[in-house]
Design a binder for this molecule. Structure first.
Ligand SMILES: [Fe+2]
Length: 431
């Protein structure tokens, strides 16, 4: 049984959470990492019901005796919860699942020659097929998620519960950062937000990609819609949006946060967010899974026991043999092989992958020269951004790229080769 919730209290000046093995090896060397959490609180449901509140325990750092083992185990539980949240919410829910209704509504209401259909088409490639496959082996009842991540019904149920708080307008990067409390609104800053943690690789790289998508969409929409009235009188567009809101994401049909699609500003923002989700956001959460999580001992996906309590057989076992307890707690051997295989498959780029700024039709996707030029400019901008990101990874002062573990952040490099590369932003959610 898992400990269902974990809360990590970190040192305020360093948000980086070190992996279990890093910490263990440094402890073994007698060094306490400066980034070790200050405390970990693990919670599970009260046996007499939710109205009694969760049963919680707080664990503190220790470097000797059984307390050191307890502390290492507490960190492993945090990693398990993070693995599950990452796979079922950050990855499956926030990218794969939420894009589907857009694809269906587009195909039902926008003709293939419609300008917005042409804009969005590359960002839908293979998503429906892939999601359909996922429903037969990964997120189905009794599938890989239920067997090797959160136990039984909890797995997909967690996605469903978190979806209740989903809000499309908050999925764009700047708004997401503000909501998560890592940035504040600041019109004077380059992307309209001031970062509270400046050395945050996903964010500093992501904001450049976000701005490039936004600028491309802006130019494209301005070419085809000369006024807000053009948006309102586009009956295909309005029908597409109505179906998306009222049927596709029908659970939120009465939500007040939806764009109402009365002008060019909302059309641009909606397209920018959607392209961001399907491309860069998915790349950031998908293609590093093998590199970050492929060593399951270091990033387990499941816990099979509660934290041992003083006086229990498990506690005595932990005092005698930490390794045995750890292996009896985390993902079992067969499930480890399954997880490892899945993470490797998901992290691979196909040989025919289409990356952001590229279209399979080459120059033939439109006969209008201005949008064609704007798209080429977008591709050129992405090449410049890739150079910036490479430079940033070479900057030794950026400790979250060049810290105790020297691991460059490459997930938002726009281009990649085929295979396991930990880089590359495909146009769509295709794996
Ligand atoms: Fe994916």
């Amino acid at each position: 049984m898992p400990n269902l919730r974990s809360k990590v209290t970190l040192q305020l000046n360093n948000p980086e959470f070190n992996t279990f093995e890093d910490t263990r090896s440094l402890y073994d060397g007698g060094i306490k990492l400066p980034t070790d959490p200050l405390a970990i609180e693990l919670s599970r449901p009260h046996p007499q019901g939710d109205s009694f509140g969760p049963v919680s325990n707080v664990y503190l750092p220790a470097s000797e005796g059984v307390e050191a083992s307890i502390w290492l185990l507490a960190k492993a539980y945090v990693v398990v919860n993070d693995s599950c949240y990452h796979q079922l919410v950050s990855h499956w829910l926030n990218t794969h699942a939420v894009v589907e209704p857009f694809i269906i509504a587009t195909n039902r209401h926008l003709s293939v020659v419609h300008h917005i259909h042409k804009l969005l088409l590359p960002h839908y490639c293979d998503t429906m097929n892939l999601n359909s496959l996922a429903r037969t082996i990964l997120v189905n009842a009794g599938g890989v998620m239920e067997l090797t991540f959160l136990w039984g019904d909890y797995a997909v149920e967690m996605s469903a519960v978190v979806y209740k708080d989903w809000n499309f307008t908050e999925q764009g990067l700047p708004n997401d950062l503000i909501k998560r409390g890592v940035a504040v609104q600041d019109p004077a800053s380059p992307h309209g937000v001031r970062l509270l943690i400046e050395d945050y690789p996903y964010v500093s790289d992501g904001l450049e990609i976000w701005a490039a998508i936004k600028s491309w969409v802006d130019e494209y929409v301005n070419f085809y819609y000369k006024s807000d009235a053009d948006v309102v009188k586009d009956s295909e567009l309005q029908a597409f949006w109505k179906e998306l809101v009222e049927v596709g994401h029908g659970d939120f049909r009465n939500a007040t946060w939806w764009f109402k699609m009365p002008n060019r500003t909302e059309l641009k923002e909606a397209c920018t967010i959607l392209i961001w989700i399907a491309s860069a956001l998915h790349a950031a959460v998908n293609f590093g899974q093998y590199a970050y999580g492929g060593y399951i001992l270091n990033r387990p996906t499941k816990s099979r026991r509660f934290m041992p309590e003083k006086g229990s057989v498990e506690y005595d076992e932990l005092a005698k043999d930490y390794q045995k307890t750890y292996l009896r707690t985390i993902t079992a051997k067969n499930d480890t092989l399954t997880n490892l295989t899945i993470l490797e498959v998901l992290s691979r780029h196909a040989s025919d992958e289409q990356y952001l700024g590229e279209r399979i039709e080459g120059d033939l996707w439109t006969s209008d020269s201005q949008p064609k030029q704007a798209y080429k400019k977008f591709g050129k901008k992405l090449s410049e951004i890739e150079k910036n990101l490479i430079q940033r990874n070479n900057d030794e002062t950026l400790r979250n790229r060049n810290g105790p573990v020297k691991m460059s952040y490459t997930l938002l490099y726009p281009t990649s080769e085929e295979g396991l590369t930990s880089r590359g932003i495909p146009n769509s959610v295709s794996i």
